[in-house]
Design a protein around this ligand. Structure first.
Ligand code: ZN
Length: 109
């Protein structure tokens, strides 16, 4: 399956963790080889940072939060024109392939 989602797109989570379902966010990273993406504010993971030594003192930075990658099959693109989740079509015009919203047929890029 070809990845039709790109960095900067807005997507909606359609399946996966309950806390994230229905949430929307901006794609901040795409991993095409794994068909995974990370989305701003979605799939927040907590990592406990161990103690570190700094300037002769021991510090405990505590918990670090970061977005974990999720599989693209768990999200749908939100069309910037009609604001709805949509499947993405490809329109060939002007000598290039453009993504197009299958609901309103607006060009996405
Ligand atoms: Zn649309």
């Amino acid at each position: 399956m070809k990845v039709k989602i790109r960095k900067g797109d807005t997507v909606e989570v359609i399946s996966g963790r309950r806390a994230d379902k229905g949430e929307r966010g901006e794609v901040i990273k795409v991993y095409p080889d794994e068909s995974r993406i990370t989305i701003q504010g979605i799939n927040i993971r907590k990592k406990h940072q161990g103690q570190i030594q700094a300037q002769g003192r021991t510090m405990t930075p505590g918990i670090i939060e970061f977005e974990g990658p999720i599989h693209i099959s768990n999200v749908m693109l939100v069309c910037p024109s009609c604001g709805k989740t949509t499947r993405v079509g490809i329109s060939r015009q002007d000598g290039g392939a453009h993504r197009v919203c299958k609901r309103c047929e607006a060009l996405i890029d």
